[in-house]
Design a protein around this ligand. Structure first.
Ligand code: SF4
Length: 466
């Protein structure tokens, strides 16, 4: 039996209902993005190339910009921490929480926090931790995993959510009207916001020159979470630094349009540090935890361009493989084209286990076309395929290529094989009782052989031109 790649298996096993949700959600995202971006920018290429160059410059001087950001944040009264691994990040956050006597908090959506499985860790350590992003809250209630960077529950429909709310006591009856679902969640959250003693957020950007942090959400949950609590912790991947505040004009214009087809994300919050004396509310203590967790390895690899990513999810929406397989098929926090490149190198030890992801692509290039920071994702996928080959990582479903290499590098053998291959068109190959062949044919259609026509054409052409 020829094995198949894990991602293929996910695509085969996905239910019709889940697949429809993913396809509908991602198609809608792609259409909105296209309309809004191209309406405002007839040539968005210039803007995304500018964004890419700012990101590349920052990544090439990341050490300097991190030091600058640390200084700027400290001057604003923020306590800065550095975490080199996921465990460091979890322990740093736990120790901050314990230092402030926090046992209950709210958390807004953060891919970095997802990456280190922060929520279950805090709950295990006695800290009640409520996801306040509606999608993440539903994931938390279901014990599920997010499957899209921007729309974590793209794989669910409103009927499932209504059932979850009823089952978990968020609602007393079944009602799948989206507005009702949202209103019910809002009532549930409000009490929790007021009881919380801290809030954990991510950050979309941190400006090195001023230490100003930007958080973009569409629900206002991070703002609500910050207002009544004394402690704010932001967990930030080190690649989220941008050199100057003026660079926000480039990135914010691209982020909203690429992520959700909005000119600007509804709540774009500029955070200057802890509450000042003349501010009525907001945290008195603010901590920023800059996390590496494999990012410097990515920076040292030949795929460092992937660190330009601003987590907009546009590549996921447009990817035909993601649409068929869903984000869960990528078996890590990051699904779709971004995940197919980032996960195998960010989680370096898992490379052999995730080496099927870069192969799960037709290299159509749609991901690169929509990427607001012009990441050459198809090129990076090829580089990772090459890495897998060099490291001799076995590939389920792949036929050994050495016999073909022998054939293709011997002109006489090749000529003979080409002539004989025409006979294959007349053989009853579909019924040949060879199990591996039948397994292979079960997954692919054998093209008709033309048996060396190209070589003949080339020869005739050369003869004709003398
Ligand atoms: S790789 Fe590009 S398109 Fe994909 S999430 Fe990142 S920024 Fe968006």
């Amino acid at each position: 039996m020829i094995g198949i790649q894990p991602i293929d298996q996910y695509a085969r096993d996905i239910s019709d209902e889940k697949q429809h949700s993913v396809i509908d959600g991602s198609s809608a995202g792609t259409e909105k993005r296209y309309y809004v971006l191209h309406k405002d920018y007839p040539d968005p290429d210039k803007l995304r190339k500018l964004a890419a160059s700012i990101k590349d410059h920052t990544l090439n001087h990341l050490g300097d910009y991190l030091a600058k950001a640390e200084k700027s944040l400290t001057e604003r009264g923020v306590k800065v921490h550095f975490a080199s691994t996921d465990e460091d990040a979890r322990q740093t956050i736990l120790s901050i929480l314990r230092g402030h006597g926090v046992s209950q908090l709210t958390k807004s959506k953060s891919m970095a926090a997802e990456e280190i499985h922060l929520n279950p860790f805090l709950i295990e350590n006695g800290v009640e931790c409520l996801e306040s992003d509606l999608g993440e809250f539903i994931i938390q209630l279901d014990g599920d995993e997010p499957s899209h960077i921007v729309k974590p529950i793209i794989h669910k429909n409103r009927r499932e959510i209504a059932r979850t709310f009823q089952r978990e006591g968020v609602a007393t009856d079944y009602n799948d009207d989206p507005e009702t679902i949202t209103r019910r969640a809002r009532v549930h959250f409000r009490k929790k916001y007021m009881e919380a003693q801290a809030v954990i957020t991510g950050a979309n950007f941190v400006c090195a020159d001023t230490g100003r942090m930007v958080l973009a959400t569409n629900e206002g949950n991070s703002r609500f979470g910050m207002a009544p609590v004394p402690v704010h912790i932001a967990l930030v991947g080190i690649e989220k630094i941008i050199p100057e505040q003026k660079d926000l004009a480039v990135f914010l214009n691209l982020l909203g349009r690429s992520a959700t087809g909005q000119q600007l994300t509804v709540y774009t919050e500029f955070i200057n540090g802890p509450r000042s004396a003349n501010q009525p509310d907001g945290p008195d203590h603010m901590h920023v935890v800059f996390m590496d967790n494999g990012r410097t390895d990515v920076l040292a690899s030949n795929c460092k361009e992937i660190l330009r990513c601003i987590r907009c999810g546009a590549c996921q929406n447009v990817c035909p493989v993601y649409r068929q397989a869903s984000g869960h098929a990528y078996r890590s926090t990051y699904g779709g084209p971004i995940g197919a490149v980032l996960s195998p190198i960010l989680f370096g030890k898992r490379f052999p286990e995730l080496a099927d992801l870069p192969k799960a692509s037709s290299l159509c290039g749609a991901c690169n076309e929509v990427c607001p920071v012009d990441i050459p994702i198809p090129d990076l996928l090829l580089r990772l395929r090459d890495k897998a080959k060099r490291e001799e990582i076995p590939s389920a479903g792949a036929i050994p290529m050495s016999p073909f290499a022998h054939l293709a590098t011997s002109p006489s053998l090749w000529r003979t094989a080409m002539t004989m291959s025409k006979a294959m068109n007349h053989l009853p190959i579909q019924v040949a009782p060879i199990k591996p062949l039948q397994d292979w044919l079960g997954q692919r259609t054998l093209p008709e052989s033309h048996g060396g026509d190209f070589r003949k054409w080339m020869k005739n052409r050369k003869n004709a031109s003398g």
